[in-house]
Ligand binder design. Structure first.
Ligand code: HPA
Length: 275
């Protein structure tokens, strides 16, 4: 693994114009966040040694480096999901690469289903914490201390001062921001009504099929971490009747995410300016 990481890093380093300070992972429908980069370098995943390929419609597959308001940033336009068949090591490989390239702060974004009954489609949720329900762990197997410690603490995986800063900046700029716990599940089926209710009961506010493996590996690697969900559909409803059955659908998830993307882009940009 270390050799693969070094090989990939050596391929990427000469293509970048500076050392990236921030790594940003763009989720479903959120790809436009990288459009404002100055002097962008686009590196398709399929050209990068040891990189897996992105397979889901709507998930572009590029690494994009560039200047965002004078900070050098590395974007992942499209990520690798466990449900696509990738191993947890593959899903989190790009996070290791980011760390090796010099990234110190990681920003993750995703599309998620709301299980907090006060949430609405289009809301942005700051991820304060997560519940890992994936069937495999990205740190399963021998631990290489080059990457991090055997038993990483997760108490402050979502960096406390970045959580505070994000809320303060959102408030100052009148950007509505929800906050909550992200439940990570393997997918690819959306949840049954009973499962959404269960996630609400165990303390979840949103549910999705990504982010948790990357967050664990980022935390293991000592990266500062900030993560956001765009609420693209509502899974848990106030009433328990089936008077308003709302089906979940990937196209709607994409549309809702794309609709909220400018708001999230603005927020992330403002936050990066102040980190
Ligand atoms: N469940 C799981 N993942 C998701 C959802 C959902 O309702 N919406 C977007 N990603």
């Amino acid at each position: 693994m270390l050799r693969k990481i070094q090989q990939t890093t050596e391929f990427l380093k000469p293509k970048l114009h500076s050392v990236p300070e921030f790594g940003i992972v763009l989720g479903s429908g959120l790809g436009m966040l990288s459009d404002v980069l100055r002097d962008p370098v686009v590196i398709p995943y399929h050209t990068i040694p040891n990189f897996p390929l992105s397979t889901v419609a709507g998930h572009a597959g590029n690494l994009i480096a560039g200047w965002l308001d004078n900070r050098y940033v590395l974007f992942m336009q499209g990520r690798f999901h466990f449900y696509e068949g990738y191993s947890m090591k593959e899903v989190t490989f790009p996070i290791r690469i980011m760390k090796e390239l010099g990234v110190s702060t990681l920003v993750l974004s995703n599309a998620a289903g709301g299980v907090n009954p006060d949430f609405h489609v289009g809301d942005i949720m700051l991820i304060r914490d997560h519940i890992n329900l994936f069937p495999e762990h990205p740190l399963h197997g021998p631990n290489d201390s080059h990457f991090g410690t055997r038993f990483p603490d997760m108490t402050t995986a979502y960096t406390p001062h970045l959580l505070r800063l994000s809320k303060e900046i959102a408030f100052r700029n009148n950007i509505p921001l929800q906050e909550g716990v992200y439940v990570g599940t393997q997918g690819p089926s959306f949840e049954t009504p009973a499962e959404y209710r269960f996630f609400h009961v165990i303390g979840g506010d949103a549910v999705g099929m990504s982010t948790v493996p990357e967050a664990i590996v980022a935390s293991h690697a000592g990266l500062q971490l900030l993560a956001f969900s765009v609420i693209t559909n509502i899974g848990y409803h106030h009433t328990d009747t089936d008077s308003h059955i709302v089906r979940n659908d990937h196209d709607e998830v994409q549309d809702a995410a794309a609709h909220a993307a400018p708001k999230l882009s603005t927020l992330i940009r403002l936050i990066l300016q102040e980190i």
